[in-house]
Ligand binder design. Structure first.
Ligand code: UDX
Length: 435
């Protein structure tokens, strides 16, 4: 792919920054990535990818080799070279659910103090509505040189595990600008991707990000709510979802009931929007409901197991899957975490399998859990299995294998991985969600 070359600086080489930087270099822009984390920059300079993300490693190596992307800890150099500075700094959650903008603001001041030519600053981090305006004020207050710095909002919609293809096949690119000049620069930057571009004012662009994520979270919580009702009245949520999906107004995606949503976005962004509304004396009832349903849903399976089993003390229990979804090693806000905590508190002897998430779960629970990357080892002689992530290798396991390996074949499946009817055939006690 050949693009109209631009010099772009990416500040913050976290998940979003790295995927964005690598993708922009792949389409022909010259990308300078900067981060304060020296170890990460060192690793990237050896062409090693610090995160587990499909296709990212290959594109990273390729573009480092052809010198289209560079990594450094030197902010000043990178700022000097750039026509566009993309900020992809983390905005972690404060205790009250609001977004913490401390890191973002310190980067903004650095930009204002160091930039010596006109530049467009692009906010890619998920930020509260109104942040672009505040960033612009902060820049103007701290400007050192006689330059014009404009600010634009350009939220990302990447899902982990498919982030690279999400970038190249984006449903839309949203740009929030307050000048024709900024729009022109961003259109040029994204031209090689040839995707639909939605242009709005900056506040609307910021809101599009939250509204999109929170709508999807609400869709999942709605299905989980209906799933719980299905269990009570004897309906089957899987069939209900199929029946609903034929209606194009509803669509077929994000109708999967389970043990709730996790990850770095939905939990954080729902809380942040609820907080923003609250801060403006408005109660966002729908988002509040999405959060409440999800909190309860996360413990649904273990509560069900408590009713069936009674006591977990000294029982060998296998946990299959700990990441918040397949295709990532990320366990942030994963439903597996409160469940593992609960089972440990109740004296269970936990044997955990996950193809890529073990390192992260060990960081949390240490030697309180036993971990293995061989699924059969976790299941062998177990009295109970819990499934929290629908990894392909887990969904491929047959009831026959469970029967052969387990001491007592009882499965609590939080992701509806198997056909419920065939469990009876193999005399496996099988519990899932909403059916
Ligand atoms: C999400 C958005 O999809 C993405 O656009 C945004 O930029 C960041 O947040 P991500 O968190 O990577 O991406 O994963 P996603 O695939 O959306 O799944 C989020 C959570 O919802 C997972 O825990 C998943 O298991 C759960 N989920 C998803 C369901 O429970 N049911 C569904 O039908 C879909």
């Amino acid at each position: 792919m050949v693009g109209k070359n631009m010099n772009i600086c990416i500040v913050g080489v976290g998940y979003v920054g790295l995927v964005t930087g690598v993708s922009l270099s792949e389409v022909g822009h010259k990308v300078y990535c900067v981060d304060t984390d020296e170890n990460k920059i060192k690793l990237l300079n050896t062409s090693e990818c610090p995160i587990y993300e499909k296709d990212l490693g290959l594109l990273l190596k390729k573009n480092i080799k052809r010198k289209m992307i560079e990594f450094s800890t030197n902010h000043k150099n990178c700022f000097e070279l750039a026509e566009v500075i993309v900020i992809a700094i983390g905005t972690p959650e404060n205790c009250d659910g609001s977004a913490n903008l401390e890191f973002l603001n310190s980067v903004v001041v650095q930009i204002a103090e160091n930039v010596k030519k006109d530049v467009l600053v692009v906010l890619k981090s998920t930020v509260p509505v109104g942040t672009s305006d505040n960033v612009e004020k902060l820049i103007n207050k701290n400007l050192k040189y006689n330059v014009k710095i404009e600010v634009a909002s350009n939220p990302e919609f990447l899902a982990q595990g498919t982030a690279v293809s999400d970038t190249f096949n984006a449903a839309r690119i949203v740009i929030g600008v307050n000048s024709v000049g900024s729009e022109k620069i961003l259109r040029k930057m994204y031209e090689p991707f040839n995707r639909p571009i939605v242009v709005t004012d900056r506040k609307s662009a910021e809101m599009i990000k939250y509204a999109s994520n929170d709508f999807l979270a609400l869709k999942i919580s709605f299905m989980n709510d209906i799933a719980n009702l299905c269990e009570i009245v004897g309906a089957n949520i899987e069939d209900v979802a199929v029946g609903m999906s034929y209606d194009e107004r509803i669509g077929s995606k994000f109708l999967k009931a389970g043990v709730g949503y996790g990850g770095s976005c939905f939990p954080k962004d729902t809380k942040a929007l609820r907080w923003l509304a609250c801060d403006h004396n408005y109660e966002l009832k729908t988002v509040k409901a999405a959060i409440e349903v999800n909190e309860k849903q996360k413990m649904k399976l273990v509560m069900k197991a408590t009713e069936v089993i009674g006591c977990f003390r000294n029982k060998k229990i296998a946990i299959l899957g700990v990441t918040y979804k397949p295709g990532t090693d990320d366990i942030r806000e994963a439903p597996s975490i409160p469940n593992i905590t609960y089972l440990l508190e109740n004296g269970a002897n936990l044997h955990i399998y996950d193809p890529v998430g073990l390192e992260n779960i060990i960081k949390l629970f240490g030697d309180k859990i036993k971990c293995t990357n061989i699924m059969e080892h976790a299941i062998k002689d177990a009295e109970l299995v819990f499934i929290f992530t629908e990894w392909e290798e887990i969904t491929k396991l047959s009831f026959e294998q469970y029967k052969k390996l387990m001491k007592t074949p009882i499965i609590f499946d939080g992701r509806n991985c198997y056909n419920k009817e065939s469990a009876d055939q193999f005399n496996v006690q099988y519990y899932s969600i909403g059916r």
